[in-house]
Design a protein around this ligand. Sequence first.
Ligand code: PRP
Length: 207
Amino acid sequence: MSKPLTIAIPKGRLLDSVVEHISARGMDISFGSRKLSAVDSTGRLEVYKVKNHDLPTYVHHGIAGLGIVGDDTVAESGHSFTRVLTLPFGETRLCIAAQEGSLTPEKRGGTVTVATSYVRMTRDWFHRRGIPVKIIRLGGSVELAPVLGLAPYIVDLVETGSTLVANGLEIITDLADIKVRLIANPAYFKLHYREIAELADIMTRET
Ligand code: PRP
């Protein structure tokens, strides 16, 4: 067999689903203790476990030819990739949320302050609607911001909605559906088209 395809997978909330999805299709992946790279049992994939937000950087530079990542992370990176396929797990929504009973940003008027880790997507959304926005960048636990008075609104991922409810917040508006994709570095995709098409075929198989 030819050299393995290189693929970056994210260490965060998607990791278990990604490893399960690939392993269930006959490509067993097991990382040794603390080890961040592994070759699957068939030798088709060389897998790198990277921080979610660094994943687009590895694929953009062609260090990993492929990556599995959410639309949110791709959009925030500002890089362009070839989208190979959509995976059947990890779907979420990016939403504006605020304390229960809050007005929408449009109705509130004036410059809207928003705390978020999704600065680019948030800025684009408000600019497209002509709403002046001040964005406060946070690394996580964004739901605390309205509770503590840092910002009346947040933009964050909502999966089950339980983090919002637990903090007395509610969804004001949906910004985007977020899906998990297999992406490729565009040059790598052209060079390894046949092997990537075979992989895509395996990855979409029912188990
Ligand atoms: C994500 C997201 C929300 C939460 C949503 O946070 O930022 O806080 O999950 O999930 P839910 O709707 O099912 O409650 P994550 O756990 O990744 O940590 P973070 O706060 O550091 O972003």
